[in-house]
Each structure stands twice: as C-alpha cells, then as structure tokens.
Design a protein around this ligand. Structure first.
Ligand code: NAD
Length: 425
C-alpha cells in the first residue's frame, strides 16, 4: 500500500468519530495542487544532469500552505502527497494559520559537490517559484536539506521577484532572517510533550530508557535534550546503522563529536556515522526498533514500524518525530499491546510552529530572543497535547485518531465556511 493511501486510512478512521459534511470528505481526499518539475544541473564534469522534483499544496483552507523540502533518492510524488497531507493536519493540530504543503527532489545530495547542490537548490526554487510565496506556499527544511539550502533558495526567490521577501521560506540562516531556536524546534516540541507525559504518568526520567532512530536534526537534538535531563539514552542510529548499550548512558554530544571527527564531504554532509563510535555494540536500524527501552523515538523516515515488527516493539511509548513512521496495520497491533503512540502530527509539530514564528518575525521585521521562542512554543504545544490526550480518553480512541479529530474540527469549519453545500440542499 502506498504512503499516501496509508495516510488516508488514518483520516478515514477519524471521519468515523465526527459528523462532517460531504464537502469536507471531498476536499480532503486529494491535493489542491501538485506540480512535477525537472531541474537541469551542469555537473562538475561538464555533463548536464536532470533531477526530478515535486511540490504539492494539499489544502489551504486555514491559510497559506506550509511544509518542508526533502532531498532523498526515494522521494516520489506519492510520498510528497502524503507528507503534504500530514502537514495539513499538523498545522491545524498546532493551531497555526497555515494549510499543508511539501516538496521533494529525487537525489542523493551526498553525491553532489557543494556547487552542484547550490545549482540544484536554486534550480528547484526557480522551477516552483510560481506556486510559492510568503502568502501562498512557504517551504522549510526536511530530510537532507538544511539552513544553508534554505538560504540559497530564499536568495533565488528574491532575485526572481526582485524583492526581499524573507517570509517565503523558513529555517533560513539567522543572518537572512531565520529564527533563533528553529534548528532545535522539532525536537524541543517533542521534548516538551515527553516531559508532560512523564508528569501525567508520575514517571522518573532516570528510570526511562530511550532509543532514537535517526541522528539528524530531530534525532540528535531530542537525544541531547533528554540526556541533559537525566533520561537514559540506550540506543542511537543513522542511515549506516546504530549502537546500543543497555548498561551505560550514551552521550549524544560525544557521539556527535565522533561522527564529526571523520569530517565532511565537500557539500557539508557528515562522512562519519553513529555506528563508527568505538566501545559500543553495533545494531541495525531494525534491531534498534525492537530493543529493550521505554520510549522509542523514530526520527528518520516513513514505514519503520510495520505489521511484521510491531509485535516485537518493547517500548511503552512511541514518540513519532519522523513523519509517518508507523503504518495503520502496525498502529492496530501497538494499540492492542498497550503501547501509547504520540503521533507525528502532534509530536513533531514543534518544527512547523517555530517556522510559523519565523514567518511572523519576518512579516513584522522584529526578532525575538531564544527564550521568547521557546516559551511561545511551550505555550502552544502543551495545551495541544493535553487537549488531544483528553479527546483520546473521552472518546476511548487512540491518540493519532484523537489528533485528527482536533484538526478536523478546525479544518472542516473553514471548509464549510467557504462552501455552498447548504444552499443546494
Ligand atoms: P535530517 O536529514 O537532519 O536527519 C535524518 C537522519 O535520519 C540522518 O541521521 C540520517 O542518517 C538518518 N536516516 C536516513 N535514512 C535512514 C534509515 N533508513 N534508517 C535510519 N536512519 C536513517 O532530517 P530531519 O530534519 O531530522 O528529519 C527526520 C524526520 O523528522 C523526517 O521524517 C522529517 O520529515 C521529520 N521532521 C523534520 C522536521 C524538521 O524541522 N527538520 C520537522 C518535522 C518532522
């Protein structure tokens, strides 16, 4: 089953919980707009190579569409559609005045020189420039894209429109109008939620073993925040594999240092891996998911917890920093086994929330302190978590469906406010 079909299944489960008009079903079952682009890049050997990319604006009922850009060899239109769908519900869950969008390019960016990467980034922005804009569609970083790439794209958009418009893209370098705290925001939102959960359940961080799959932006920051707070990090991984230590405390900073020690390839992606760290047992990404831990944090890619391994998950809590790491079949198994899954559209909404703050600061031309950004994030994400937790308990449903119910209330109101179904009844 495709990633987009899986995403739709999650929504259909939520539709059963609330009475909604046909307009809402009809509009939310497909994207508003999807474009496919081909980007020619002159490679360093003189040959011209073309890269295929996509940008999807799923739904803009609540405001301009918002969502990251992924550079990865497995990107497809189906995946970008699913990611833009999740962004639609994530923005509503977080109470932001945004709809959902997403973009991606089929490329392994680690194989490009820095110059080729810049040409590709600028070429992609140029190709999608007709559908993006600070009040239309606002991209941001995602897997294998970073603030440097956002800076190039922002500059390219300004050149095309002959105006300085920092609000066209978020996750920019601070010097180009980026927000303090954006780099850590996805993790920080998840961290605030875990702290609230621990309080609710009366748990002690020191007793809680944590495994994190994916040691990139989201995974590194959450591992560091939790370790600094006394949680017990037992497993970490990246695309080349992972490490596990059941009777010691993994130190995310030291592991990052050891990953950095191998240096960077020309274009600023790390050469090294978590799995190179000495003195720890190596495990595969599949083994990490099934390791003995209390909190499992998938922070890499989709479809990691699936029908075949869901019964082997030993964690009591799964906190989805990645988008779409759990399939609907796996969700059912986890629920039956009493595992609480804090869904992606809530758990990783800290990233888009601080992207919203960046956009607000760009529009105001007035910039906030790091403390202000963190406090504002906390003020938004903790009530959202508690509200969804209460919906889950009241309706006796899983937390993912509860999150969709919260989001659907807002989105459906906006769709119906614009709609005409009643007039024709
Ligand atoms: P990133 O590029 O910074 O890091 C990705 C990490 O995943 C890297 O460590 C990489 O080595 C690892 N990885 C790649 N393939 C893997 C595999 N098959 N198995 C295990 N690890 C693998 O990306 P990121 O921004 O941290 O994004 C990670 C996840 O978080 C994605 O699902 C993304 O959509 C989601 N997310 C990111 C943001 C954001 O603001 N960056 C916001 C919300 C959600």
């Amino acid at each position: 089953m495709s990633v987009f079909e899986n995403a739709q299944k999650q929504l259909n489960k939520a539709f059963k919980q609330i009475n909604l008009s046909n307009d809402v079903h009809e509009i939310l079952s497909r994207p508003k707009e999807a474009i496919q682009v081909n980007i020619p890049v002159r490679m360093h050997d003189g040959k011209l190579k073309t890269f295929e990319g996509f940008r999807v604006r799923y739904n803009d009922s609540l405001g301009p569409t918002k969502g990251g850009i992924r550079f990865h060899p497995n990107v497809s239109l189906d995946e970008v559609k699913a990611l833009s769908f999740w962004m639609t519900f994530k923005c509503a869950v977080a109470g932001l005045p945004f709809g959902g969008g997403k973009g991606g390019v089929i490329v392994n960016p680690k194989e490009l020189t820095k110059h080729e990467l810049e040409q590709l980034s600028r070429g992609y922005m140029s190709a999608i420039s007709d559908i993006v804009g600070p009040d239309r569609d606002i991209p941001a970083p995602d897997v294998y894209t970073n603030s440097m790439i956002m800076g190039w794209m922002s500059d390219e958009y300004n050149k095309i429109t002959r105006k300085i418009q920092p609000g066209v893209i978020t996750g920019k370098p601070i010097s180009l109008g980026g927000s303090l705290g954006r780099d850590e925001a996805t993790a920080r939102g998840g961290y605030y939620i875990i702290k609230e959960l621990v309080k609710k359940k009366g748990l002690n961080p020191k007793d809680l073993k944590v495994a994190v799959q994916g040691f990139g932006n989201a995974g590194y920051h959450i591992a560091k925040m939790l370790a600094d707070d006394g949680f017990w990090i037992v497993a970490l991984s990246d695309s080349k594999g992972g490490i596990y230590c059941n009777n010691c405390y993994l130190n995310p900073d030291l592991i990052m240092e050891s990953k950095k020690a191998k240096g960077m390839i020309d274009n600023e992606y790390y050469k090294g891996s978590v799995a190179d760290t000495e003195n720890h047992s190596r495990i595969t990404n599949e083994e990490l998911l099934e390791c003995e831990c209390d909190i499992l944090i998938p922070a890499a890619l989709e479809n990691q917890i699936i029908k075949d391994n869901a019964n082997n998950i030993r964690a009591k809590y799964v906190v989805e920093l990645a988008n779409g790491p759990t399939t609907p079949e796996a969700d059912e198994i986890l629920e039956k086994n009493g595992v609480l899954v804090i869904p992606d559209i809530l758990a990783n909404s800290g990233g888009v929330t601080v992207s919203y703050f960046e956009w607000v600061q760009n529009n105001q031309g007035y910039y906030w302190s790091l403390e202000e950004v963190r406090n504002k994030l906390k003020e938004k994400i903790i009530p959202a978590f508690n509200d969804i937790y209460n919906i889950m308990e009241d309706k006796k449903i899983d937390m993912r469906t509860a999150a969709y119910v919260r989001a659907l209330k807002l989105i459906s109101e906006a769709i119906e406010s614009k709609g005409t179904e009643d007039i024709f009844k």
